[in-house]
Design a binder for this molecule. Sequence first.
Ligand code: C2E
Ligand code: CA
Ligand code: CA
Ligand code: CA
Length: 279
Amino acid sequence: LTVLGSLVLSLMLGALYYYMLLLRQSPERAMRRGIRRGEFFVEYQPVFHTATASLGGVEALLRWQHPTEGRISPDLFIPYAENEGVIVPLTRHLFSLIVADLPQLMQALPPHAKLGLNLSPSHLSAPSFHDDVSGLLSKMPNNYFTLVFEITERGMVEEEHALAEFAWLHSQGIEIAIDDFGTGHSALIYLQRFALDYLKIDRGFVNSIGQDTVTAPVLDAVISLAKKLKMLTVAEGVETAEQMSFLQERDVNFMQGYYFCKPLSIEELVEFCRANPAF
Ligand code: C2E
Ligand code: CA
Ligand code: CA
Ligand code: CA
């Protein structure tokens, strides 16, 4: 009995030890394991034309459903992935998840819809960058979607290099959005040199509409600057009717936010578009 008892005890201790190892393993290993085990998936948030209220496209947002920790926010795991050198395999995985969703995306969205995805600036200087993007393009249905890469200038690589990569992306038919504009990471000088397609007004900025008297003149300046640079504007994080009409009056081109629609699973997106055929 004591032999059996100690065997059971050591098994239990072993299991506990293993569990602790799992919990204590580095975020890098947890993410690589998550990729292998299919713990990541994508949600799609609809983006609307301001003028017509019609659906312009979607933004793909990565999700991590951890088996023990539950849902982990991308605001947490994306910076980890960037610091631990996992962002490139993770983004490649994102591409493959989007490719797997393509049949449903084509069912949900009209031809020429924009398919936005977030790209980490460091990926631009990864040796595999062109191969990664070409791999995605080779699996996209011809001329059905316009890919839009959303990039912040946070940690942006060397300017000349970024310019060359943006030119290459344009040559591949990919459009580029400067993400999170107005967060303080944004240097105006980038806008002029980079000739990008979209300027995404950060949701923190949108959030201060009606609460902060400084917002209106700054937003006016940003929007007119974008127009002068022939960029289209996208307001993100629109949550109230007040914010919507404020942005509408200023001719912001696209809007997204909980006021219109939260990020949806691929099944929910198909259902949303079926229920709203006018979009
Ligand atoms: P982001 O690119 O600015 O994405 C928009 C974020 O705002 C998303 O948060 C979205 O769920 C949220 N959002 C949308 N509408 C509203 C609204 O009306 N109110 C509020 N409060 N929030 C709204 P999420 O999905 O948690 O993503 C956070 C950030 O993580 C993203 O910010 C992006 O920077 C990053 N991220 C997400 N997916 C990816 C990815 O695949 N690759 C990379 N590199 N970064 C990603
Ligand atoms: Ca974004
Ligand atoms: Ca953003
Ligand atoms: Ca953001």
